[in-house]
Design a protein around this ligand. Structure first.
Ligand code: PNS
Length: 160
C-alpha cells in the first residue's frame, strides 16, 4: 500500500525551511501532497496561483510529490486524497502551542488521521515566510533563506 501524506500550509512564499521538510517527509512517505491553503483570512501577499507556481518551480525535480490548492477543512481534504498523515514542521517551542491545538482539533474531527511533526535543519529554525517578507519589504537580502525564484518574485513585489 502506498503511504501518502499531506503537507499543508499557506506557503506565502515557500522557504528553504519548507523545502527541507519536503525532503524529510519523502524519507518516510511514498508520496507527499503539498496542499497550499487559499487562506483569505491571512490576506496572503502572493495569490494562490503564484504560491503554487513558486512551489512547483522549486520542486520540479521530484516525481513523488503533488502540489495543489485547497480550501475548506484540512481533514476533509486529507480523507479525499486517501492520505494517512498530516505533516507539520516544529521549529521551536514557540510553534508548539498552535501546532498542538491544530493537531488535536484535527484528531477530534477525524481520529484516523495522524499529525506527524518534523524538525527542520537547525539552520532554518528561525525562518518563517512572515519574517522573510518583512526583511524583503525593506530591501534585506533573503537569498540564503528562500530559493532564487522566490527572491526574484519578492523583489518584483516590493519594487526593490
Ligand atoms: O502555514 P500555516 O498558515 O500555518 O497553515 C495553516 C493551515 C493552512 C494548515 C491551517 O490553517 C488549516 O489547516 N486550514 C484549513 C482549515 C482547517 O481545517 N483548520 C484546522 C482545524 S480547525
Amino acid at each position: 500500500m502506498k503511504h501518502v501524506a499531506v503537507y499543508p500550509g499557506t506557503f506565502d512564499p515557500v522557504t528553504n525551511g519548507h523545502l527541507d521538510l519536503v525532503e524529510r517527509s519523502l524519507t518516510i512517505f511514498d508520496e507527499v501532497i503539498i496542499a497550499v491553503a487559499e487562506n483569505p483570512k491571512k490576506a496572503p501577499l502572493f495569490s494562490l496561483q503564484d504560491r503554487l507556481s513558486l512551489f512547483r518551480a522549486v520542486t520540479s525535480h521530484y516525481n513523488n510529490i503533488v502540489i495543489e490548492g485547497f480550501d475548506g477543512l484540512l481533514v476533509d481534504y486529507v480523507r479525499k486524497k486517501n492520505a494517512v498523515a498530516i505533516i507539520r514542521g516544529l521549529r521551536a517551542v514557540s510553534d508548539f502551542e498552535y501546532e498542538m491545538q491544530m493537531a488535536l482539533m484535527n484528531r477530534r474531527l477525524d481520529n484516523k488521521i495522524e499529525t506527524v511533526f518534523l524538525m527542520p535543519n537547525e539552520e532554518y529554525s528561525f525562518i518563517t515566510s512572515t519574517i522573510v517578507k518583512e526583511a524583503a519589504s525593506y530591501g534585506g537580502d533573503v537569498s540564503s533563506l528562500v530559493p532564487g525564484v522566490v527572491v526574484k518574485k519578492l523583489r518584483e513585489k516590493f519594487g526593490r
